[in-house]
Structures are given as C-alpha cells and as structure tokens.
Ligand binder design. Structure first.
Ligand code: AMP
Length: 196
C-alpha cells in the first residue's frame, strides 16, 4: 500500500533506526535530508558547497534549497508510492511547501510518527553512550540543551500536523523491536499496514 509518512523524535530516541525499519516494512524509501546534504558535502557538489558552511555553523539550510532538494528526491520513481521523511519538514515554510507539492499530485501526508520519551531517561541513555564512546563533548548540560532545542524547533511542526489529526505518538523507550512493533501497531490502527 502507499504510505506517505514523516518521523520526528528527540536526539537519542533511535529515530534513524526506526526510520529504516518503517520504510522497509512499507516498501518505501527513507529520505533523510541531513543524509542527502552530508552526501553532497562529501562529494563536493554545488549544493554541497553551498550547504557546508551553513551546516558547519549549525544552522538550517535555507528553505528554497531544501525544498528544491526534496522536490527532486520525491520525483524519483521509488517515491511514487510513498516515502518516509526524516529531518524534513523542519520549518513551517517547509510544511507549507510540502503540502502544496503533494496537493499538486493529489496526495497528502498520511501520518506523522512522533517518538516520545521521558527526558531524564533519554539523558541517562545518552550519557551512558557518551561514556562508552569516550565522547567528552557530550555532558549532561549539552545533552539537555540539544533536547530543548529539539523541542522548541519541532513543536510548531508537530502542532501543524496535530491540527489535522495526523500525529501518532509512540513511546520511544525500549528495545529496537519493541519500539518497532509499537510503531507498526499504531500505524496499523490508522489503517496504515506495512507489507500489504
Ligand atoms: P540532521 O542530520 O537531520 O540533523 O541534519 C544535519 C544538518 O543538515 C542540519 O543541521 C541542517 O544544517 C541541515 N538540514 C537537514 N535537514 C534540513 C531541513 N529540513 N531544513 C534545513 N536544514 C536541514
């Protein structure tokens, strides 16, 4: 079946892993704008050259560039029956652009999967990971700051989709299979069933 999905989730909630699993289950591509930008940077494409300084400074790539990139990626054959977007839309302008783009094709977003997790539990998980990987830049303060930035930046995007009843909250704490099963069950209860 077709499925046009978006996934959002705080740092440390295993969003990338779950994105891959959902996409595989539905037979649609997982499209991460961050990954596409990084690939362009490493290949030194004109887009990569433009994006590099912006990304290095920790800023958002301008909407015009990001939207064009998503438009051309969604026009590829593998996205005709659906897709899972990860890291996009990230601004209200991007939400509006995506709405218009899909409306032109007579399609729309089916659901936004929001991984939710207790902040303290996430911080504890990330601190443990930082210790195991010897990442001294990851201390409790920087981790909490990243969580705050995530919440601030994601709130308006999630609110826009929540108004349309499209947001599906899933508890993101647990094993990979456990969380994956929860996502599948939540989507299935909305008539979105993987592998059909
Ligand atoms: P990510 O891996 O999703 O955190 O993305 C890495 C970087 O790519 C971000 O810090 C931004 O500079 C850029 N980027 C990725 N997605 C977007 C987007 N939807 N809008 C603007 N910039 C983006």
């Amino acid at each position: 079946m077709s499925a046009r999905l978006i996934i959002v989730g705080p740092p440390g909630a295993g969003k990338g892993t779950q994105a891959g699993r959902i996409a595989e289950g539905f037979g649609v591509p997982a499209i991460s704008t961050g990954d596409i930008f990084r690939k362009n940077v490493s290949e030194g494409t004109p887009l990569g050259v433009q994006a590099k300084a912006i990304m290095d400074a920790g800023n958002y790539v301008p909407d015009e560039l990001t939207n064009e990139l998503v438009k051309s990626r969604l026009a590829e054959a593998d996205a005709a029956q659906g897709f899972l977007l990860d890291g996009y839309p990230r601004t209200v302008g991007q939400v509006e652009y995506l709405d218009a783009l899909l409306a032109e094709q007579g399609t729309a977003i089916d659901a936004v999967v929001q991984l939710v997790a207790d902040q303290d539990a996430l911080v504890a998980r990330l601190l443990k990971r930082a210790e195991e990987q010897g990442r001294s830049d990851d201390n409790e303060e920087t981790i909490r700051r990243r969580q705050e930035v995530y919440t601030e930046q994601t709130a308006p995007i999630v609110a826009a989709y929540a108004e349309r009843g499209l947001v599906v909250d899933v508890d993101g704490l647990g094993g990979i299979d456990e969380v994956g099963d929860r996502i599948q069950a939540a989507l299935s209860s909305r008539g979105l069933t993987a592998g059909v």
